[in-house]
Ligand binder design. Sequence first.
Ligand code: COA
Length: 428
Amino acid sequence: MSVKVCETALEAISIIEDNEFIWTHSMAATPRILLDALAIHAKTRQNLTLLQLHTERAESLASPELFGHLRHRCYFSSTSTRPLMAIGEADYVPIFLSEIPKLFKSGEQPVDTAIIQVSPPDQHGICTMGISVEATNSACLAAKKIIAHINPKMPKTHGDSFIAYDRFHRVYWQEDELPSHPQGELDEVTQAIGKNVAQLINNGDCLQMGIGAIPDAVLACLTDRKDLGVHTEMFSDGLLELVDAGVITNRLKKTHPGKIVTGFAIGTQKLYDFVDSNPQVVFLDIGYVNDTSIIQRNDNVAAINSALQVDLSGQVCADSIGTSIYSGVGGQMDFIRGASLSKGGKAIIALPSTAKHGQLSRIVTTLDAGAGVVTTRAHVQYIVTEYGIANLRNKSLKERAKALIEISHPDFRDELTDDFHKTWGIHL
Ligand code: COA
């Protein structure tokens, strides 16, 4: 197939026709230049559906001018799609991250065009999907057309990220900085949560962690551990210090020993430089990375994820605040279950005890109406706040409520105790 090299991003995008399902590369590899062009082209098209995970810097596609022309179908929200969902102008599809590649491979979800951002071709004509393979690898395998932004700033990565240049229908070359997410200062609450979670992490554990301040706070407390491994959906800068210090060796891993396995990376240029041409880091299809049968092959998997609300029976809400969709199901359940199935594994949910500057308890008697249970009360194991650790496994409802109230904020403990009795009819 001959690849058409385009002078402009709009020319590259112009092969998109009415009624197409379009996949966009997501996370920090969101092809923002091509998406800005799509925002222009879509006004001349009807009934486009943009399939996506969390996208970054894609605000142009949230314009009301596109309503009726292009609709977002989100497996995870972002700052630009969240307000659209709130007014019914974008759709949220709750799904395990591990299941998304299957939708494409089976044809259950057709993909007409994939829009991606890649590193330049090497001497063999191979580009890479760089810092984000997630479901994009599978979407490209299913897509009838692939439009690629070739960005010299995109690191070349190992794993399932390879894609041959001659698979592209249209390409557009431009150097563009990748989005940077520097680590902020860790506040006292986050540091306390980090210390508490770190108590659960032993030498030789295999880590999975999500994005945000809590994983970084945990990692900062692990400098004296030995032989940690990493098999994770994503990773960020917090891991780099532990790699440099020789704490992360991946030596004891049963799958991919000696290597960090991930689906995507989001962080700063330092992180992107670390993964560039680094054979120690393999970016694999998320259907494999997040497969519980793969996760459990490593011993001592410690999965560290977060939540928006936890009720006194242990139900974990992580994708919505009541009926307002905040994020997505993502890989939380994939890893919570995978960790539980791993020999010596630990499934950890870590969250601040309050929200809205201490006005609201995140540990609640019952979840808000409409809140999405991402981790069920049968799957849950450790809940950690700045006040301590509650291990809910093999605990009755009464025992769970007691353990959770003990790690809730002191200002809410009496109210939670009374409410639990009123709601559940059980005295604590
Ligand atoms: N009621 C009202 N508001 C709440 C709330 C509650 N119970 N809980 C949190 N909030 C608000 C916070 O105050 C914050 O608002 P702000 O941005 O105005 O400060 C906002 O919601 C986000 O909360 P925060 O705790 O900062 O979220 P986070 O960035 O740490 O992300 C999850 C937490 C749960 C949303 C995130 O981990 C997630 O999306 N999880 C699901 C997917 C997953 O776990 N994947 C696997 C790993 S990648």
